[in-house]
Design a protein around this ligand. Structure first.
Ligand SMILES: [Zn+2]
Length: 276
C-alpha cells in the first residue's frame, strides 16, 4: 500500500461488494476516522441505492465533507455531542421510520498502535481532530482519529419498545471504564447478546478484553479487526494486524471461562449467522 495519495481500491471493494447482500443497509456507523475505518465509506455510500445516513464523530463529519467525496451533507450526522459519557446514557438514534432498530453512541478511546522501546513509550498514530473540512486527504496522517466512539445497537421487538437483540460494537481496544455499558433506564435494560470487540493493539491495554467482558457479560463475542489488511487474506494462514500478536489474544480469550466456546474470530468474506 502506498503511503502517499492513499485512496480506495475501488476494484477490490467492487469484488467484495458483489458477494454481499447490501439491500438492507440503512445506516453506516463510524467508530473513528483513521483511514482503515473511514476512507472507503464514501465509495461504499455511493454504491448504496438506499443512500443511508453516515453517523460518526465531529471529525468524521468534517472529513467526509472533503471536496473529493461529494457526499450530500444532509446525510452526515455528527453524533459526538449526543454520546454516552461516563456511564450517563446518550441519545438513541432511530435510522428507520419504522423504529425497527436503534443505536446509542458511547465515548470510547483508541489504544496505542506500537511500542517504542528505547523511548519507553507507547505511540498512537494519527491522533487529532478536525473542526473544519480538511484541506487535503492523501497521506494516512490526514485521516485523523477524532473522538473514538463505540455503539450499542438494539434490534427491537414487534412493539418497537422492547429490545429483542442487543449488540455492542467496539472497534478499538480501550481502557476501562471506556467501553463499559452506560447505566440505562429500566425500560432500556437488556443483556448484551453479541459483543463485537477489537483485537488490534490488545497488548497495550491491561486486562483487555477480560475486564470489558466482565462488565458487558455478553452471550457471545466476535473478535474483529485482527487481520493484516496490508496482505492478501489467506484463510489457512491467519496473520495478525501489524504490531499485534493474534495467538496471544487467542490465549487470553481461552483463559476467560465465561466465554468458553462462545466466541469467534470474524472471518473476512464469511457470513456469520446467529440464531436466537
Ligand atoms: Zn484506528
Amino acid at each position: 500500500m502506498p503511503f502517499k495519495n492513499l485512496q480506495t481500491d475501488q476494484a477490490m471493494v467492487d469484488k467484495i461488494w458483489n458477494r454481499l447482500d447490501t439491500s438492507h443497509i440503512s445506516a453506516i456507523l463510524v467508530t473513528h476516522s483513521h483511514y482503515d475505518h473511514l476512507m472507503d465509506v464514501p465509495y461504499i455510500h455511493q454504491k448504496l441505492r438506499s443512500v443511508p445516513s453516515i453517523y460518526g464523530s465531529s471529525t468524521c463529519y468534517y472529513t467526509l465533507q472533503h471536496q473529493t467525496y461529494n457526499l450530500p451533507t444532509a446525510k452526515l450526522v455528527d453524533v459526538e455531542a449526543e454520546a454516552s459519557v461516563a456511564g450517563k446514557p446518550g441519545k438513541w438514534y432511530y435510522p428507520l421510520p419504522d423504529s425497527s432498530y436503534r443505536f446509542m453512541p458511547l465515548l470510547a478511546e483508541h489504544a496505542p498502535h506500537v511500542r517504542v522501546a528505547f523511548l519507553d513509550m507507547n505511540i498512537k498514530l494519527y491522533e487529532g481532530w478536525y473542526d473544519s473540512v480538511p484541506a487535503r486527504l492523501s497521506k494516512p496522517k490526514d485521516w485523523k482519529e477524532g473522538q473514538t466512539l463505540s455503539y450499542l445497537l438494539d434490534f427491537m421487538g414487534a412493539d418497537r419498545k422492547t429490545v429483542k437483540v442487543r449488540l455492542s460494537v467496539i472497534t478499538s481496544a480501550c481502557n476501562p471504564p471506556s467501553g463499559f455499558l452506560p447505566e440505562l433506564a429500566p425500560a432500556d435494560q437488556h443483556p448484551v447478546d453479541i459483543s463485537l470487540l477489537c483485537v488490534a493493539s490488545h497488548k497495550y491495554v491491561e486486562n483487555y478484553p477480560a475486564k470489558l467482558l466482565q462488565n458487558m457479560n455478553p452471550r457471545f463475542m466476535i473478535a474483529s479487526h485482527w487481520e493484516d489488511f496490508f496482505l492478501r487474506y489467506d484463510r489457512k494462514k491467519k496473520r495478525g494486524v501489524r504490531f499485534t500478536n493474534l495467538n496471544k489474544f487467542i490465549a487470553k480469550m481461552k483463559a476467560i471461562e465465561q466465554l468458553e466456546n462462545k466466541w469467534i474470530l470474524s472471518e473476512p468474506l464469511v457470513k456469520t449467522t446467529f440464531l436466537y
